[in-house]
Design a protein around this ligand. Sequence first.
Ligand code: PMP
Length: 398
Amino acid sequence: MSYFDTVSLAPADPILSLTEAFKADKNPEKINLSVGVFVDQSGVTPILETVKEAERRILEASTSKSYLPMTGTPAYASLTQKLCFGEEIAESLQGKVTSLQTPGGTGALRVAADFIAKNTSAQTIWLSNPTWANHKGIFGAPGLKLGTYDYFDSANLSLDYDAFLKSLESIPAGDVVVLHGCCHNPTGVDLTPEQWEDVAKIAAAKKWIPLVDFAYQGFGDGIVEDAAAARIVAKAGLPAFVCQSFSKNLGLYQDRVGALHVITDDASNLANVVSQLKISVRVNYSNPPAHGGAIVTTILSDEKLTEQWHAELKAMRDRIASVRTQFVDALKAAGVEKDFTFLTQQKGMFSFTGLGKEQATALREEHSVYIVDSGRINVAGITDSNIDRVVAAIKAVL
Ligand code: PMP
């Protein structure tokens, strides 16, 4: 008898277990399109030059590794607000917004989930169907009830806008709706700014609260373009949450750096909101890790470094867009009958290919090409040296 006999084996994470299977695969030509990290043309997840320069400066200037405040530094809060909302809206939000440095976008989501569960009248958290799998775990963890809203039309591999709006119209006042700010994970299907205006109008009329999960700013159409959701919601004067991540757009995956911005609709309750957010931080991780936040602060407070980052981010964005086009062209050239043109309209690293579980299994077992069972691929995983094999494998399983 062991004390831990009561512990049952948890199900493996569906995406991370694919990575394990990929590592164990002995085929030298294996290809991993399942993980959610950017890779460059040579298949590497690079450290940005801008980040290296910021780290050199931090190493030279830093004098202490004492704790950060629970909410991170004021400079980080202010700079990330401006990046997220733009200077003008950020200025107009002063007195109504609070921003915390968090361990990644996941940390921001988890603090928001805790805060919502303990302090608001929300009965249900509404998630996109489909959504990033971890949303369910994060919002379920503090005991929140989960619901789903319609989003994706799997027959046509596109947004089901009418069903989406209908779902949003039926969400009760006080509930929280988790919206993907841009580069929807897993489908790659985004809303236009005009559609975001409709969403904000429904939120205002129905009095539910938007939570914008903003993990891919700059990976879709550009830093400003990708911020439409966050900015439209903020401008509408709604109470709102925005969870920002620097894992992808600065390549700071392992440094765990993100931000939670909470906007109140009444400045008089901001201090209470801050006090409760601090409790959630205190009992979860006490205060955020400093290094990633220092990188972000160093870059965003220096015009030259910011410019250099924008160029490096553009190169990542352009690579993803050009792989999408190359991939569709290569499928056509290989004589694949199914039309994959929709891939060029999807945004960010991920796409739903329309391939099913059986095809995903066949790709993995017969061709050593790893994609998620839902048919999601990480487009960035396709390079000049593996594109022909990916195309041939897809052609074979169709
Ligand atoms: N939200 C979405 C939709 C994501 O895809 C991710 C990363 N996979 C995150 C949040 C969290 O990112 P991180 O915690 O690595 O910053």
